[in-house]
Design a protein around this ligand. Structure first.
Ligand code: TYD
Length: 212
């Protein structure tokens, strides 16, 4: 069950190279035009707060134990929720986050092998209330792409960070965990076939029925 706020919470997800970054800014602009009376907050994970951005640098550069990595991801998320996401949603704003908890399940869980039990416990700790209700995005747009195509796209763009240096098997496991979560919660997820052209994806995003 989700906590209900006057605001609206959207997350963008997908393996590195799937193309979410190409569309997220434009999508924010589109929502601003469509909802001139609502403020649109663009944010990201790991990051989104001064402390979170410091943790991001460590997480993307420094090799570390898997559990340390998961704990730091969720520590950054706790700060992000407390400082940015929850106050914005309470104030009726639209929040668009470049990644959220699904990324931890996909990367630390599917990719690196942290148990679902531990991830569920962290999620409950960081996003849950005592009555067991969780803070979750209203909608998660998942860009889905085979690992090999994403790898080819990544190699054209920039120097890879720690995660982007992982091999194809890693990204296939990350992808499968994203897909498993999408299947388990079809009401929250919108799956985008990221093998389509950029134009076709944009048309699809523009026509999403959002309950804002
Ligand atoms: P990313 O959105 O890819 O940033 P950029 O487009 O600037 O490279 O996110 C950074 C990386 O962090 C990405 O490889 C996925 C990883 N990540 C996790 O492993 N777990 C998490 O919980 C989150 C939020 C991100």
């Amino acid at each position: 069950m989700n906590i209900q706020y006057p605001g609206y919470f959207l997350s963008f997800e997908g393996i590195d190279g799937a193309g979410k970054s190409t569309h997220i800014e434009a999508f924010g602009e589109l929502l601003k035009q469509q909802h001139p009376n609502r403020e649109v907050v663009m944010t990201r994970e790991p990051g989104g707060t001064p402390l979170g951005e410091q943790l991001r640098k460590l997480l993307l550069d420094a090799p570390m134990n898997l559990e340390t990595e998961a704990l730091l991801m969720f520590a950054a998320r706790r700060e992000h929720i407390a400082q940015v996401i929850e106050p914005a949603l309470q104030a009726g704003k639209i929040v668009i986050s470049d990644r959220f908890t699904d990324a931890s399940f996909a990367y630390q869980g599917g990719g690196r092998g942290l148990s679902l039990e531990k991830l569920n416990a962290l999620e409950m700790w960081v996003q849950g209330r005592t009555d067991g209700v969780l803070l979750q995005p209203n909608l998660t747009i998942l860009f889905d792409l085979p690992g090999a195509i994403a790898e080819a796209r990544r190699s054209q763009v920039r120097a890879p960070d720690k995660f982007e240096q992982m091999d194809l098997d890693f990204f296939e496991r990350v992808r499968q965990e994203y897909l498993r979560r999408a299947k388990a919660d079809p009401k929250r997820f919108h799956l985008v076939d990221a093998t389509q052209t950029r134009e076709a994806i944009w048309e699809e995003l523009k026509s999403l029925p959002l309950e804002i």
